[in-house]
Design a protein around this ligand. Structure first.
Ligand code: NDP
Length: 326
């Protein structure tokens, strides 16, 4: 038996609880991992609370991230004792995930734990942090350089936002943070933001074009915020869009794209090809100060993760949550 969060849905409703789970119930896979740490991402919040249609099979162990040690493997690249890491691939949605002491998976979804990080540090980064790096890679791929001007980060005090600020600042960019939590200004400046703006300036419907200010942006919010960010991005600037914290809609016009040559770069972490994942983790190892991770993250146990899921969706969690599953 092993302990884990189990989500069930039946006539009596949708519920998540910490349970003792029989190992015989683990799904098929060629690698069994003894999980040490997992995390709580926005998507895990949706899965645990049932507020979004994330879980595709029941019962489900949530957890889109995990770090641990291989216990059994018939995959050619992994041996018992190897330290591994997993982000996405539908784990915690359609295949049992990381918020449990054991996971059985397709070894192709794993990557070796980068030597620079402990399992706990890798989970302090988690999908949110790895997605931040995918956004930075998207800005770079489209030619954005520190000398081009300011980079705007929305949802700044959340998981993706916090890591994005730390990485961009270390790379030499001038970073402006947008937050609904002005009380977190000191935290955002510690991470590397040079200026902190109130989310209210971005969340109402705006004009098709505004004063050009941003050389680039990382947006986790979507909706009017994303539309206003695009409308105020400089000529040939780049907006990396990865989230929907304010909504799936995108009430914008084509004006920024056809008149200013702005690029809207979509970022997905779930099905991202392995080579880019490896690059993103390699870049996190070189471009993220691990001491900042301590300030960004805090650790909880499995049972605390359940009530925190609702707080996370309410935008009340600062930075990242590490879950020690043992
Ligand atoms: P968090 O909850 O940690 O952060 C989201 C932040 O967005 C909040 O902290 C808050 O920041 C801001 N926010 C929340 N609600 C609103 C709102 N109604 N209007 C404006 N801003 C709001 O989540 P994550 O950082 O883990 O994820 C952020 C988003 O990115 C989510 O939508 C998630 O689904 C998405 N995501 C997408 C991935 C992909 O592969 N494309 C991978 C990872 C995440 P503040 O208080 O500072 O304003």
């Amino acid at each position: 038996m092993f302990r884990g969060i189990l989500i069930e849905k039946d006539e009596s409703g949708y519920r998540a609880a910490v349970k003792d789970i029989d190992e015989a119930c683990l799904p098929d896979g060629n690698v069994t991992v003894r999980v040490s740490h997992s995390t709580l991402n926005y998507k895990d919040g949706l899965a645990i609370t049932g507020k979004g249609p994330v879980v595709r099979k029941f019962p489900m162990v949530p957890g889109i991230d995990l770090a641990g040690v291989v216990e059994e493997s018939t995959h050619p690249e992994y041996q018992p004792g190897d330290s591994v890491l997993l982000n996405g691939w539908g784990v915690g949605e359609g295949h049992w995930g990381g918020l449990a002491q054991k996971a059985r998976l397709n070894g192709d979804w794993l990557i070796p734990l980068p030597a620079q990080f402990s399992p706990r540090q890798a989970m302090a980064i988690g999908t949110a942090g790895y997605t931040s790096m995918l956004c930075v890679l998207a800005l770079e791929r489209h030619g954005v350089k520190p000398a081009d001007g300011e980079i705007l980060v929305t949802g700044a005090a959340g998981g993706v936002g916090s890591v994005a600020i730390a990485v961009l600042a270390k790379l030499g960019y001038s970073v402006v943070a947008v937050t609904g939590r002005p009380q977190d200004e000191e935290y955002l400046k510690y991470l590397g933001a040079t200026e902190v703006l109130d989310r209210a300036q971005f969340s109402a419907p705006g004009k098709p074009l505004g004063r050009e200010r941003w050389a680039g942006a990382v947006d986790v919010v979507g909706s009017h915020v994303l539309a206003n960010v695009c409308a105020t991005t400089k000529y040939r600037g780049v907006v990396a869009a990865c989230g929907l914290a304010a909504g799936m809609d995108f009430p914008a016009t084509v004006a920024p794209f056809i008149l200013r040559g702005v690029t809207l770069a979509g970022v997905d972490s779930v099905m991202c090809p392995r080579a880019e994942r490896l690059l993103a983790w390699q870049r996190l190892a070189s471009d993220l100060d691990v001491e900042k991770l301590e300030k960004i993250s805090r650790e909880v146990g499995l049972s605390e993760a359940i009530p925190l899921a609702a707080s996370l969706l309410n935008g009340e969690v600062r930075g990242r949550i590490i879950v020690d599953v043992n």
